[in-house]
Design a protein around this ligand. Structure first.
Ligand SMILES: Cc1ncc(C[n+]2csc(CCOP(=O)(O)OP(=O)(O)O)c2C)c(N)n1
Ligand SMILES: [Mg+2]
Length: 199
């Protein structure tokens, strides 16, 4: 999937949402295409991908057919897209997938499998206690997991840096064996596509 194809898919979903064809929340990306494509260069078929409420790009880049992703979104499941066959799992609970991803990585390590876990999270999720514990545990036990922190500077409408009175986020610009960090500026609201229900 190219940057243009990802953007095209989002445009189609935005139009469907604004036309009232999707009667559940959607969360769009925009602006992070090059960064996420770069992350996916390392991700193989046997690897697991864990995501949040915004996971359509990950599903597409993991190889889920476009029509299947669209059908699930049309069925109202945009915030929890799960495709076991392609090993993509999402949860709309802030921090919800983190311990599950850590558990999957523990299982891979214990069985000696050739697989990795890639766990995506937003900037505010990365500041929560559960993220700090999950990352600490993974590092200390050298688990086969990588956390990707996607910084759009906000949590819904709240400024993450202002919330914590912390001009530099905990994992800002950290790129090592366990963390990948990137920043992006979206053109969409947190939820919705700018016309119908949004926040
Ligand atoms: C436990 C829990 N609390 C609150 C929410 C509401 N909520 C949904 S997304 C979100 C914002 C999280 O911000 P961030 O981690 O930066 O993600 P992004 O900006 O990528 O949406 C919040 C507070 C939730 N889904 N789960
Ligand atoms: Mg954010």
């Amino acid at each position: 999937m190219t940057k243009e194809e990802l953007i095209e898919f989002e445009k189609e979903i935005a139009a469907l949402f604004n036309a009232g064809k999707i009667r559940a929340p959607i969360h769009l990306y925009y602006g992070n295409e090059e960064a996420i494509i770069e992350v996916f260069r390392a991700i193989r078929a046997q690897d697991w991908v864990f995501c949040s409420w915004r996971s359509h790009y990950q599903c597409l880049l993991k190889g889920v057919p476009k029509d299947r992703v669209r059908d699930e979104i049309l069925a109202g499941r945009s915030i929890s897209l799960c495709f076991p066959e392609q090993r993509v799992f999402s949860s709309a609970i802030v921090g919800g997938v983190l311990p599950i991803a850590v558990g999957a990585a523990m299982s891979i390590q214990q069985r000696g499998e050739d697989a990795m876990v890639y766990c995506f999270m937003g900037d505010m999720t990365a500041e929560t206690g559960i993220a700090h514990e999950s990352i600490k545990y993974s590092r200390n036990h050298q688990l086969p997991i990588r956390f990707i922190i996607e910084d759009n500077a906000k949590s819904v409408c709240t400024d993450t840096r202002e919330t914590w009175n912390q001009p530099r986020l905990t994992y800002e610009e950290v790129n090592d064996e366990y963390i990948s960090y990137y920043r992006y500026e979206t053109k969409y609201p947190h939820a919705g596509a700018g016309v119908r229900v949004q926040f």
